[in-house]
Design a protein around this ligand. Structure first.
Ligand code: BGC
Length: 259
């Protein structure tokens, strides 16, 4: 049976965000709490940030958590931005022990995609839908007729960096973090990102691409410069998608044991 309320958590490179979600409607039932991701990145620091959100919201129920890396059997396999302290860690178990709550962990872009497919721009969309989250990294969630193919790392496809001529992973040159790092004008960034979009479109032939993550809150800066051979829309849940999707996914699974 589905639980109605779940605490959704979205782990990012700069902040850990959480809110209590009504998983039937996708609505927030609490404030959205943001705690800066403790640096240098460590498991202890991350668990502390999650626990702070749990305590602030006085939460004792189930937790659904999106993590920025490949998650298999609740265990972290990669974390391009957060790094090695998390490799091989069963994060659901660790959250369960630390916060005395049942927890369920999935990839952060998969969580955002689930949120959009259920309550946002992907609602009732069949065919192939690709959700891209553009922020510190580039996350991807791929759906066929509403079914998720998990852990699709399409932010890691290689592209040529115009400046150095070197092949680099796309998120290193096209993410929002790359825009800031290389001090790109929005138009310059949009040109790069458009190449990436067209490359992904060429490889996957989706019917629809949903664009989310940090950049999706400033569409006036870049959206009119994008041009791709499939439907392209902005995420509707904005920065809520990852929290909502993580909560929805956790409500469908038995979580890891609490203490
Ligand atoms: C990670 C992905 C993640 C994306 C967005 C990338 O660096 O490899 O797993 O979804 O960042 O956070």
């Amino acid at each position: 049976m589905q639980m109605k309320k779940v605490l959704g958590i979205d782990i990012g490179g700069s902040g850990v965000k959480g809110a209590v979600v009504d998983v039937k409607s996708g609505k927030f039932l609490s404030d959205r709490i943001r705690v800066p991701t403790p640096k240098p990145y460590s498991l202890e620091g991350l668990l502390g940030a999650i626990d702070e959100i749990v305590k602030t919201l006085n939460w004792s129920g189930k937790i659904g958590c999106g993590f920025p890396g490949v998650v298999r059997a609740q265990t972290i396999e990669t974390a391009l931005n957060l790094g090695s302290p998390f490799f091989g860690v069963n994060l659901a178990e660790e959250i369960g022990k630390r916060c005395a709550c049942e927890a369920w962990v999935i990839n952060d872009a998969d969580a955002a995609g689930i949120g959009e497919m259920q309550f946002g721009a992907g609602r009732k969309k069949d065919g192939t839908v690709l959700m891209l989250t553009v922020g510190t990294g580039i996350g991807a969630a791929l759906f066929t007729n509403g079914h998720l193919v998990p852990n699709m790392e399409f932010g890691s496809i290689k592209m040529k960096d115009k400046k150095s001529g070197k092949m680099m992973i796309a998120e290193a040159i096209c993410s929002d973090a790359a825009r800031k790092k290389y001090d790109l004008k929005w138009e310059e960034w949009a040109e790069r990102f458009n190449k990436y979009l067209n490359y992904v479109q060429y490889l996957l032939n989706p019917d629809l691409i949903i664009l989310g993550g940090g950049v999706s809150s400033k569409p006036e800066k870049f959206f009119s410069h994008l041009n791709v051979k499939c439907d392209l829309v902005l995420a509707e849940l904005e920065n809520r998608a990852g929290i909502v999707g993580a909560a929805v996914e956790a409500s469908r699974h038995g979580g890891a044991k609490s203490k």
